[in-house]
Design a protein around this ligand. Sequence first.
Ligand SMILES: Nc1ncnc2c1ncn2[C@@H]1O[C@H](COP(=O)(O)OP(=O)(O)OP(=O)(O)O)[C@@H](O)[C@H]1O
Ligand SMILES: [Mg+2]
Length: 244
Amino acid sequence: MNPIVSVEHLSKSFGGLRAVHDVTFSVEQGIVLGIIGPNGAGKTTLFNCMAGLFPPTSGTVHYEGVDVTGWSDAQLARAGMVRTFQLMRPFGSMTVLDNVAVAAAARGANERESLQQAWEILQQVGLDHYATRTSKDLPTAGLKRLELARAMALQPKVLLLDEVLAGLVPTERQPVIELLLSIRDNGVTLLFVEHVMQAVMALSDKVLVLNHGEMLAYGTPNEVVNNPEVVEAYLGDEVRNADS
Ligand SMILES: Nc1ncnc2c1ncn2[C@@H]1O[C@H](COP(=O)(O)OP(=O)(O)OP(=O)(O)O)[C@@H](O)[C@H]1O
Ligand SMILES: [Mg+2]
């Protein structure tokens, strides 16, 4: 099967800092790829290069067989590759429903269709009770769901999620993990950056480990957590901090 996304020899430098260095991997349609690694490893930068926030310094990104290197985030979103942000940024004064409808309208739906689709998505993510509230009234867990709802309104084929579980207490995580699995079951290919290892293990078909901008490992979740280099670079601390 042809990969839906492939990244080849991708590097990104900021001045003299090599944030991402020579990363190569590909993702088959419908799978879930978890991306892990220490703070500053280059995970968000990799997503930014893939999703059109800025071009890589060198290397390529292919999506559905097309070289999309250097495409803007809006072009990529229209083509079906959508990312969410580690720092959530909804329109605080708009209602939750309108926040999602705006995303549907950006895809070209008219006002009635946009509202209808927004409503259906809010039901799917469990935010329908908040539909008429402004998004600044939402607690963190609700904002995470809203972020997902806005991404889904763009009808992505590939969804890049940057730390959607960050800031959630453990009891709030499981419903979001289940939501992600249901998005996956609808055929969306998921790439997600996450520090919560329980979620990485529960969701991922494959895991990519970045360290100092370089690919340290790539494999199944079990292969990766049993890789001594990964334990040394990253998981040792995560395991030690697991209860904090
Ligand atoms: N826009 C930017 N300009 C300059 N340096 C940047 C920029 N974005 C990221 N960096 C630097 O690139 C390196 C990788 O950062 P990045 O945010 O990609 O890491 P990360 O793996 O997402 O970390 P975290 O787990 O903390 O979110 C860091 O040293 C960071 O300071
Ligand atoms: Mg990051």
